[in-house]
Ligand binder design. Sequence first.
Ligand code: NDP
Ligand code: PYC
Length: 345
Amino acid sequence: MSASPLDHDVSTTHLSYETLTLLLQRILLRHGASESVAQVLAENCASAERDGAHSHGVFRVPGYVSTLNSGWVNGKAVPIVEDVASGFVRVDAANGFAQPALAAARSLLVDKARSAGIALLAIHNSHHFAALWPDVEPFAEEGLVALSVVNSMTCVVPHGADRPLFGTNPIAFAAPRADGPPIVFDLATSAIAHGDVQIAARKGERLPPGMGVDSLGQPTQDPKAILEGGALLPFGGHKGSALSMMVELLAAALTGGNFSFEFNWSEHPGARTPWTGQLVIVIDPSKTAGQSFAERSQELVRQMHAAGLRRLPGDRRHRTRAKSQQTGIEMDTKDLRQLQALAEG
Ligand code: NDP
Ligand code: PYC
């Protein structure tokens, strides 16, 4: 594949969303994913790159490939969807990725949320290696409120404990508003996402204080010391730690998935994807009494801006998306070459 005519210099290149998605699909297909899984994951990964969510964009592709090659995950898994109660959908992802499981259950989940006012989707036996906002934002784009949690792999020391136990355990939330894109936040409950520690290590950058500890449990700003025997800390001390604990309970205990400390990938060299669970809760705000929810959320945004707020969560992402749509998705030429090699080799 040749670089786009939008190239400006030798170190970066610009690709359309469609071109990047097709390239990612080819890579995933080549390394053992089915057509449908490759499509879902490629769209997810290209969306993250388009929006500047770099810790979960193309940076993750070698991890997807080595995981698929290791046999740790089933790239051709067919999720099993079960309608278990009026507001409860369960999916066994069959040791596949979580996003195809969400896609398989989505219409049933939305139907239930619209009829009952609320519904939840419990995914287990699943691997989530991506940003969480793509899982919730589309619900808000169709007028629904959505909350999702997923647990990952042991690398976070609970507040007050001596050793790592929790995963980086993100929480994502999306709500519609009247005059703008949905309000969305998506945050790891660790002080920093594991992906950002890896990126800092690769670039040789130091981290801000308070992110993690070394193998002796001493505070460190060296990302390599965190990755090589050290651990991360929760954000916000005991408060972030409590939220991380909640994520373990909702994403693993409630769904039937593994806690972050319960799986062992050591016999699958190259495995990178946490084998856990995911919970998605969807609410239909049209059941709200009085003014429409979207008007109320717009009013909250108006008041936050009036109070001096300049940046809402999601603003940076949407700005980057708009720029990518105008000029193409900016990528390092080196990264593009690596992707092309993975599509061929
Ligand atoms: P960040 O700390 O970068 O951002 C968290 C949220 O806060 C985003 O919604 C962001 O919006 C917003 N935000 C950041 N800075 C500001 C600011 N100054 N003012 C207002 N809002 C702000 O994210 P994390 O590093 O915690 O997480 C990164 C990604 O890693 C997430 O997508 C998460 O889902 C993913 N992750 C995935 C895991 C998995 O197991 N699959 C595990 C852990 C993390 P904006 O996006 O617009 O900057
Ligand atoms: O960045 O913490 C992270 C992460 C874990 C699994 C996928 N991403």
